[in-house]
Write a protein that binds this ligand. Structure first.
Ligand code: PNS
Length: 157
């Protein structure tokens, strides 16, 4: 199956990477799709997010890092993907994820959303919390790939 794993990835964390590593061997192709919403303020530019994901995933053969700025369903259709992958960390994720899955399915019936339960070690992680810890000078190496930690530290210095 051809799957799409969408997100803001601002920046990619070890939680995202864990999902990618677990789904890749079970898929023909994984598209990691970065949302680039022009009205949103990202800490990392699109080019930086692309580069950091590419570096973090360089040992995974069947993935491609791509970006989009419209509806996810349109982009998934264009890439011929039939599955959206989303990670679920806690019950608090459920409401929003359910809404997104239902609205996506209402627009494109052949596209299913599959939820993967986040690894227990990463179930508290989010890009926002990592940025917050880093902004106060906390050590973030355990939360993000090495290249991300370096880039984040450089940015906040
Ligand atoms: O990492 P995030 O920010 O939780 O990812 C959210 C994302 C990118 C999956 C979602 O915002 C999205 O798909 N946006 C694209 C616009 C769209 O299709 N909206 C309708 C369904 S929510």
């Amino acid at each position: 199956m051809r799957v799409i794993y969408p997100g803001s990835f601002d920046p990619i964390t070890k939680g995202h990477l864990d999902i990618i590593k677990r789904i890749a061997p079970k898929s023909e192709k994984v598209y990691v799709a970065i949302l680039n919403n022009s009205t949103k303020n990202y800490l990392f530019s699109l080019e930086e997010r692309l580069e950091l994901i590419r570096k973090s995933c360089e040992d995974i053969e069947n993935i491609e890092v791509v970006y989009f700025d419209g509806l996810l369903v349109d982009f998934a259709k264009k890439l011929n993907c039939s599955i959206i992958i989303r990670g679920l960390r806690a019950v608090s994720d459920y409401e929003m994820e359910m809404q997104m899955a239902l609205v996506n399915r209402s627009m494109y019936k052949d596209l299913e959303t599959l939820f993967m339960v986040a690894d227990g070690n990463y179930s508290y992680l989010s890009s926002s919390i990592v940025k917050e810890v880093a902004s106060y000078g906390g050590d973030i190496e355990q939360y993000v790939p090495k290249c991300v930690a370096e880039s984040l530290m450089k940015k906040l210095r």
